[in-house]
Design a protein around this ligand. Structure first.
Ligand code: TRP
Ligand code: SF4
Length: 330
């Protein structure tokens, strides 16, 4: 492992089946696993910061997430996949960092007031100690592996900045340099609308799951709304307002330009256009589906991968905690 270029940590909250909008994130994670020591975490404690009341689906959701990751091409021999609640050192570090954490730092993280308001509108009260501590726990997740790089979406930028401030404060207070200042690694993630043009989300039923079999992909693409001005094939189309065209650009790069110009000049019908997208998507999802089949045939395998990941992550985290406790005279 010493020949690796650095340490990477990233995580996702297990909120349900992943959809094709997550594909580019996972492709990026998979691309990093050979060159870096990667830790990929199912952030189940973070899921509790907003969904603390009904936890009954957590076990299934953790499992679905791991399965989605493996299906997407993360390899247990190259990356450590683990569950946050399986490595208690995250909690210890979060507690210790919290001792010297100015409250104002947490309160001014932009997502804090935002989310309270957003979820408040949906009748959910997240004015909890746990939710306030979201960025603190996230910093602990990263620092406990002394990670250098954190592949995340740009929406997590403020959280990363917060982690770096914490590192400087810790070093200043305790006089020992333990942690690298973690940098975000922003991947180019194309924004993908749902099949109805709104944001893709399972709760809107406008998503295409990563595990969708061909028949489901066909059905989902069929329901996609196209340029309403097109009734006959010969009507001139406006691909710029059509979600199918957006998908073509992302998943069917080789044919997208040709399809779009044929649409503009009334030479391709929406049915044909959708058929070509469906074929392409199914081609892309086929290896994912195949790996998913393979892994789900043997549930013991999944448990082993997770136990092994938790053990490896736990070891790395324990080594960091030794240094932290020593620095703090604990
Ligand atoms: N907050 C991240 C998200 O919602 C998930 C997460 C938890 C995470 N801990 C992390 C991401 C540590 C990167 C590093 O996407
Ligand atoms: Fe959209 Fe394709 Fe129909 Fe053009 S041909 S409107 S891009 S579905």
């Amino acid at each position: 492992m010493s020949e690796k270029k650095g340490i990477i940590l990233s995580g996702m909250r297990p909120t349900g089946l992943l959809h094709i909008g997550h594909l580019s994130v996972l492709e990026n994670w998979a691309a990093l696993q050979k060159d870096y020591q990667c830790y990929y975490m199912v952030a189940d404690w973070h899921a509790l910061t907003s969904d603390y009341d009904d936890t009954s689906r957590l076990p299934a959701q953790r499992e679905m997430m791991l399965l989605d990751w493996l299906a997407a091409g993360l390899e247990p021999e190259n990356a450590v996949m683990f569950v946050q609640s399986g490595v208690k050192a995250h909690a210890e570090l979060s507690l210790l960092l919290g001792m010297n954490m100015p409250l104002a730092w947490l309160e001014r993280v932009p997502t804090y007031k935002d989310q309270i308001e957003q979820l408040g509108k949906q009748g959910k009260d997240i004015r909890t100690y746990g939710f306030l501590g979201y960025p603190l726990l996230m910093a602990a997740d990263i620092l406990v592996y002394r990670a250098n790089l954190v592949p995340v979406g740009e929406d997590q930028g403020a959280h990363l900045e917060f982690s770096r401030e914490l590192v400087r404060r810790f070093h200043h207070l305790y006089g020992r340099e333990i942690f690298p200042e973690p940098l975000p690694l922003y991947a180019k993630i194309p924004s993908l609308p749902g099949t109805d043009g709104r944001k893709m989300s399972k709760s809107y039923h406008n998503d295409i799951p990563l595990s969708a079999p061909p028949a489901l992909v066909t059905e989902k693409v069929k329901t996609m709304i196209t340029d309403p001005a097109r009734i006959r094939k010969t009507d001139l189309g406006h691909p710029e307002i059509c979600s199918v065209s957006r998908y073509q650009s992302i998943y069917n790069e080789g044919q997208a330009a040709e399809i779009q110009s044929a649409c503009r000049s009334g030479q391709i019908g929406c049915a044909e256009c959708k058929k070509r997208l469906t074929e392409r998507l199914n081609q892309k999802l086929a290896p994912i589906l195949e790996r998913r089949e393979r892994y789900s045939q043997n549930p013991g395998w999944l448990r082993e991968i997770c136990a092994d990941g938790n053990a490896k992550a736990g070891q790395a985290a324990a080594a960091t905690m030794e240094l932290v406790r020593a620095a703090m005279n604990l």
